[in-house]
Design a protein around this ligand. Structure first.
Ligand code: NAP
Length: 223
């Protein structure tokens, strides 16, 4: 059977009920907002583990260049190293073609026994568009969704109702203060020669500097 990740490949094979969080994102780059989200979701939903799954080829991101998957994966690995409840999976990066969440969840469902419940965690701004995702109804059957919001960007009740009315989506909302930090802000900062120290893990800060990532602004100004 294909490996999912290093630390939690055997989760649930002892037959005990387990909860697995899957952090889906582009992580370009990963920052402390993502880490705080994962930790707070772990705590709030009693997750046994949270696995970061950087998207290989994000389908809605074809308008700007994305940092190579190997670099985004490496930064995720550096970020989770100190938390025994976290890990990273390269399964979306190793899969050829565009990245679809339904494929990822099917792979995870096929790997883990039925006593492992799946929770897909991602940004609320992304979840709002879930009805446009490939086989979104199947996604709802495969996992519970945790939509992370940041202060001031909370979805209106009307927006939540719209999502609920459009399908059988079990979406929970989690507001995380640290998510005021965004990957685009980090990319812009580096491109403008400003510091990203303390906005991401020190190891990622060092990696970005050593590899010279994000120094050139993305075309069109918005990085
Ligand atoms: P995005 O549009 O770049 O992100 C929207 C917002 O959510 C941004 O503010 C982003 O902040 C935040 N965010 C992203 N991932 C997060 C996470 N795990 N926790 C907390 N906040 C997060 O979203 P994306 O990265 O393209 O996609 C998010 C996930 O949805 C990925 O796993 C992707 O594969 C999946 N997705 C699937 C489909 C499909 O199956 N058709 C389509 C679209 C997205 P930052 O920029 O700071 O991260």
């Amino acid at each position: 059977m294909a490996r999912i990740c290093d630390r939690f490949d055997d989760l649930g094979f002892d037959g005990l009920p387990r909860r697995l969080g899957i952090m889906g994102g582009t992580f370009d780059p990963v920052h402390i907002g993502h880490l705080a989200c994962a930790e707070q979701a772990r705590e709030a939903y009693g997750l046994d583990a949270v696995v970061f799954v950087p998207a290989g080829v994000p389908v809605f991101k074809k308008d700007r260049p994305i940092t190579p998957a190997a670099e985004r994966l490496a930064m995720c690995r550096l970020s989770v190293a100190s938390n025994p409840a976290f890990d990273v999976s390269a399964l979306e990066i190793e899969r050829a073609g565009d990245t679809y969440t339904v494929d990822t969840l099917r792979e995870l469902r096929a790997h883990y026994p039925g006593n492992v419940e799946l929770f897909f965690i991602t940004g609320a701004d992304a979840v709002v568009h879930i009805v446009k995702w490939r086989e979104s109804a199947a996604i709802a059957d495969l996992a519970r969704l945790i939509a992370v919001t940041r202060p001031g960007y909370a979805l209106t009740d009307e927006r939540k109702r719209e999502i609920e009315e459009l399908g059988a989506f079990d979406v929970s909302y989690l507001e995380v203060t640290a998510l005021a930090i965004s990957s685009s802000d980090l990319r812009n900062r580096v491109a403008e020669g400003r510091s990203i120290r303390y906005l991401t893990m020190q190891s990622v800060y060092d990696y970005v500097r050593e590899r010279g990532l994000y120094r050139v602004p993305a075309p069109g100004g918005e990085a």
